[in-house]
Design a protein around this ligand. Structure first.
Ligand code: SF4
Length: 415
């Protein structure tokens, strides 16, 4: 496949470890998918359950908020229960305001976590803030942990912003205050990283992020951050929004940056629609990376939108059943086969583009359109391997046979 993307922006490799599990983050490594729980961390059972769900869906790191002494103590129990369940997913502690106290007072929590997220905008002001920040870095050194310095547009350090606005006012060519705010986010991340290095934390134990909620701003901030350093970068559009809006905004902003080689780990922060699975953001992140050809997680379905030429109920059922089948079978194929994640499966609605797209896919089916002979040819590696006859509009018979053929294809090509 022709690539139009730029090479990865060179960044240090950061190791986020738990037990034998070493999740590496940096330009020499696959772009990692991560997520965050939304349970109260002090609710051990609910949090363990959600961490397991997110990890099983493919979240390679799981972050949880650590906001109270109860939550800090619960982290230790959560880690123990995950161990009992056989999960070695690394846990990341998200600290705001009181992280220096919690990490100092609950040493077992500092040990149980695999990485700390520090927000330099809310560690405290002036001398006190610098002491609090230094304390957290010292704990990271003591327990041999990496740190993400995570700046957020909604909690930017007001002192840095005030200083830069003042400098901007005095400049001969002042920029709009909104632009200065973005520069201040980059400055906050870089100054904090420099302070951490001065205390002794090496550059390959530091990850940076600078999240905002507007697509154009995110792109601008990360371009500036990447051009100024070689720290590993965590990408995320914060407060992306609900449902489709959040998915589109996240994909647009992060897709642009990833195409420029910027970003070593991503988190999609969407508000799920009522009833949607908590794992939706993991799936969106995986599909973003896979559709861009940056990683492969499970086979992709290529399907046409359907139109007046196709018997649309049959077509839609088959496309949906095929998609579900691929998701269901992925764990089993993962255990038995290698490389199947890269497979493309075509489900097409009529003869116009059906055979052509099906031949380009690894395996594909071209359903009969209105007025066409009621036979669905199946192609594998460009060759016709079967013609499935359905009983009238009965998608199930066609779907069952097509699934068998997909499974046979996976085992004959990837096991
Ligand atoms: Fe319509 Fe056929 Fe094109 Fe699908 S392949 S969109 S059914 S013309």
């Amino acid at each position: 496949m022709m690539t139009v993307f730029q090479p990865r922006h060179q960044t240090h490799t950061v190791h986020v470890r738990y037990g034998e599990n070493d999740v590496t983050i940096g330009s020499q490594c696959p772009i990692r998918v991560q997520s965050m729980t939304n349970t109260a961390t002090a609710d051990v059972q609910a949090t363990v359950s959600q961490v397991m769900t997110l990890a099983e869906a493919g979240s390679e790191l799981v972050r949880l908020t650590v906001n109270t002494p109860q939550a800090a103590r619960a982290v230790v129990q959560i880690r123990e229960k995950l161990d009992q369940l056989g999960s070695d997913v690394p846990l990341v502690g998200d600290f705001h305001y009181n992280g220096h106290k919690l990490l100092t007072e609950v040493g077992e929590c500092a040990q149980a976590l695999s990485k700390y997220r520090i927000n330099p905008g809310n560690v405290g002001r002036g001398e006190r803030g610098m002491e609090n920040f230094a304390r957290m870095i010292e704990v990271a050194l003591q327990y041999d942990k990496p740190v993400r310095i995570g700046v957020n547009g909604g909690s930017l350090d007001p002192q840095i912003l005030a200083r830069m606005l003042e400098e901007n006012r005095a400049s001969a060519d002042p920029e709009p205050p909104s632009t200065v705010q973005l520069h201040a986010m980059v400055a906050s991340a870089l100054e904090s990283a420099a302070a951490a290095e001065k205390i002794g934390l090496p550059a390959d134990r530091i990850i940076l992020s600078a999240k905002v909620s507007a697509v154009q701003d995110l792109v601008a901030v990360y371009r500036e951050l990447a051009s100024a350093s070689h720290y590993a970068l965590h990408l995320g559009l914060t407060e992306a929004g609900i449902g489709t809006k959040g998915v589109v905004a996240s994909a647009a902003s992060m897709g642009l940056l990833l195409a420029e080689g910027i970003g070593d780990t991503i988190r999609v922060s969407i508000t799920p629609m009522p009833g949607a699975a908590r794992t939706e953001e993991v799936r969106v992140a995986q599909e973003l990376l896979q559709t861009m050809g940056l990683r492969a997680f499970s086979p992709l379905v290529v399907s046409c939108p359907g139109c007046g030429r196709t018997t649309s109920a049959l077509f839609q059922q088959l496309a949906a059943q095929t998609q579900r089948y691929l998701v269901e079978m992925t764990p089993r194929w993962r255990a038995d086969c290698e490389g199947f994640e890269n497979m493309l499966v075509a489900v097409m609605g009529c003869v116009v583009n059906g055979p052509g797209e099906s031949k380009h896919a690894n395996i594909g089916i071209s359903l009969p359109g209105n007025g066409e002979s009621p036979v669905a040819p199946v192609f594998a590696d460009g060759e016709k391997i079967a013609s499935i006859k359905g009983e009238g509009e009965n998608a199930d018979l066609i779907a069952e046979r097509f699934k068998e053929l997909i499974n046979e294809y996976v085992y004959s090509h990837y096991s």
